[in-house]
Design a protein around this ligand. Structure first.
Ligand code: SF4
Length: 170
C-alpha cells in the first residue's frame, strides 16, 4: 500500500510540474462554479486501483446522481479564482479510476473548497492530457535523474520532497 501511496504522491508532483505545459497543450477546462448538496456525498472505504496504469487514488467522496458517479475532492481553504491545474489533473485521475473500476464514466468531478465548488468537466481532451502525463511519468521513472522543471523557490519551500531533493532552490 505504501508503494501505491508513493506512486500517487509522485504522480501528483509530476503533474504539478507539468501542468503549465499540459494546460497549453490541452486547453484544460477551468471549472464551472456549481452548488452542491453535501448530504448526498458518500465516503469511500478503500482506494480505487487501476492495474493497467498502476494508478491508485481515493476521492474524498463519491456522489450518485441519476445513475452517474461523480468523484469529489475536498480542498481546505478559500477557492482560487479558477482551480489549479494540479487539482484539475487530480480529479481527472479520479474520473479515470471511476470509469475503469466501476464501468461508468463521470461527466465531471467536483472540487470543493471552503467557500465554493467547481465542476471540472471530464472531457476527452482532459483524459488525453492525463494519459499523456502518465506516459511522461512512466518515461521519467526509467530515468535516473529528472531535471527540475521550474525556477520558483516558493514552490520548493512548500514541497514535501525538499529535504531529499538535490535540486531544491532554497
Ligand atoms: S524541492 Fe523544489 S525542485 Fe525539488 S522536487 Fe520539490 S519543488 Fe521540485
Amino acid at each position: 500500500m505504501l508503494y501505491f501511496a508513493l506512486v500517487f504522491a509522485l504522480l501528483a508532483l509530476i503533474l504539478f510540474w507539468q501542468s503549465a505545459r499540459q494546460r497549453m497543450k490541452a486547453g484544460l477546462p477551468g471549472g464551472r462554479i456549481i452548488y452542491t448538496d453535501t448530504r448526498a456525498w458518500g465516503a469511500l472505504e478503500k482506494p480505487l486501483y487501476e492495474p493497467e496504469l498502476g494508478l491508485t487514488g481515493k476521492p474524498d467522496y463519491l456522489v450518485q446522481q441519476e445513475g452517474r458517479i461523480i468523484p469529489v475532492e475536498v480542498k481546505s481553504g478559500r477557492a482560487p479564482a479558477a482551480p489549479y491545474d494540479s487539482h484539475i489533473f487530480q480529479v481527472a485521475a479520479y474520473c479515470l479510476l471511476v470509469e475503469r473500476t466501476m464501468n461508468t464514466r463521470p461527466p465531471y468531478a467536483i472540487l470543493h473548497y471552503d467557500d465554493r465548488d467547481f465542476a471540472v468537466d471530464y472531457t476527452p481532451e482532459l483524459e488525453d492530457a492525463l494519459l499523456d502525463a502518465l506516459a511522461d511519468l512512466r518515461r521519467d521513472e526509467m530515468r535516473r535523474e529528472v531535471p527540475r522543471s521550474h525556477e520558483e523557490p516558493r514552490r520548493c519551500a512548500r514541497c514535501g520532497y525538499r529535504q531529499e531533493c538535490e535540486q531544491r532552490l532554497i
